[in-house]
Write a new protein. Structure first.
Length: 442
């Protein structure tokens, strides 16, 4: 009879949590509520050893935690010998960057949801991680709970991404969905989104495109191996859209969505953020409310789309905890720091393709005097600038006292040519308001 030596000890993986806001609270809740399932999948246990917060004595929190875990000392939490992974949920690229770089230098693995940090300093962060032999995972930085980072890094590892289109900001998508459904003004829907918690008190980053641009820069790095200047990405705000734009987009067979577009060109990376007309039959047209989606066109697989909740406490926390589990598996298998935690080991600095050089189709709206010959002037100027018209609709009040509205759908044209034509049209005596341009996804 052999002696029972007992079960091997359960391996504990120590985590330092930096930040206990919405996502941090979700991480704590998920680790507690799903502890048994996570332990079964991992063959070990994820244990929060310290939580760095600005006010440890705060009475009300989104989730109850042991007060002994709370500390203001970020450096101390990182340095603890029983911490294997540092989970950065502070946000921004000041204190958060210092914390991430300190964790890497200390030989600690990092999980972050910080899109701004990676968009601006990803090259530096990943280079430091490779030098120190640690992993950096960031699934929650783009599209919340949608596993687009893992898909691009691993699922499409043998493929070549040619282009992608995405809806990566839930606030903007919620607003445009509501405007399209009810014919309401932007300001009214924004106020509603703020009351419901979908929009921040200062919504500039969301509605102005800055948040989406940071995510777009990360996606371009994954898809094309390119480091681009995230702050130089072309962004158009959604705030200039009117109810009439949605009505006529629908008449022409389109839905207006807040999109990001990425393409690799020999002369540079095409990266842009703006509202766009999307064909009503296309998959992205059905992405409504605060949901996110990324449609990828790749050489071998062809078109594919990844859809789900792009924000919120639990979807984002799920992505963070998934990264914690993956690093923990690597630790148990002694594989950490071996494979790059991004798709391309070497990221090349690439210029952005100037907007004047991109090619698109366009939805144009003109407010002009209701007089004979004005429509001919518009079409003549467009044609002289190599902008070919596919469809045109004129709505004239008929009394000659009120403006006529002219709506144009163009064939594919060069943006610089379209801009030059609009400049000429805007200077016509018959033009009563600045021409409106919305790009069409092609």
């Amino acid at each position: 009879m052999t002696a029972d030596r007992g079960s091997p000890p359960v391996r504990e993986i120590g985590v330092a949590l930096l930040g206990l806001g919405n996502v941090g609270a979700g991480v704590v809740k998920l680790l507690e509520d799903n502890a048994a399932a996570i332990g079964a999948r991992l063959g070990g246990r994820l244990v929060v050893r310290a939580i760095a917060v600005r006010a440890p004595g705060k009475k009300k929190r989104l989730v109850e935690v042991d007060p002994a875990l709370l500390t203001k000392d970020i450096a101390g939490a990182i340095a603890r010998p029983d911490v294997d992974i540092v989970c950065e949920l502070i946000g921004g690229d000041g204190e958060a960057k210092d914390a991430v770089m300190a964790a890497i230098a200390a030989g600690k693995h990092v999980v972050t949801a910080n899109k701004l940090l990676l968009a601006r300093h990803g090259t530096e962060v990943f280079a430091a991680a490779e030098r120190h032999g640690v992993d950096v995972y960031y699934e929650a930085a783009v599209c919340g709970g949608v596993p687009i980072i893992r898909v691009l890094r691993e699922g499409l590892a043998s493929d070549r991404v040619e282009q992608f289109h995405g809806i990566v900001n839930g606030t903007s998508n919620y607003i445009l969905t509501a405007m399209a459904a009810g014919g309401r003004a932007f300001a009214d829907v924004l106020a509603e989104a703020q009351r419901l918690g979908y929009a921040e008190a200062d919504p500039t980053l969301d509605v102005g495109g800055g948040d989406a641009a940071h995510k777009l820069a990360i996606l371009c790095g994954l898809c094309f191996g390119a480091t681009i200047d995230a702050d130089a990405i072309h962004c158009d705000a959604i705030s200039e859209l009117d109810a009439v734009d949605f009505a006529y987009a629908a008449k022409f067979g389109y839905v207006i969505k807040p999109v990001v577009i990425g393409r690799d060109h020999p002369r540079g990376i095409e990266a842009r953020v703006h509202p766009a007309l999307v064909p009503a039959g296309w998959l992205l047209a059905g992405v409504t409310g605060a949901k996110n989606a990324v449609a990828v066109d790749s050489y071998a697989l062809g078109p594919s789309m990844y859809y789900g909740a792009g924000a919120g406490m639990m979807p984002t926390a799920m992505a963070v905890v998934s990264d914690l589990i993956e690093i923990s598996r690597n630790l148990r298998a002694q594989l950490t720091g071996v494979a790059p935690t991004r798709r391309h080991r070497a990221l090349a600095r690439r210029p952005l393709l100037p907007m004047a050089e991109i090619r698109s189709r366009y939805f144009l709206r003109f407010s002009v005097a209701d007089k004979p010959g004005v429509l001919g002037q518009l079409t003549t100027i467009l044609g002289a600038h190599d902008v070919s018209i596919e469809q045109v609709v004129q709505e004239a009040p008929g009394d000659g006292n009120r403006p006529a509205q002219v709506f144009v759908i163009t064939h594919e044209a060069r943006e610089g040519d379209v801009a030059a034509a609009l400049g000429k049209i805007g200077a016509l005596p018959a033009t009563l308001a600045a021409p409106r341009l919305i790009r069409i996804v092609v």
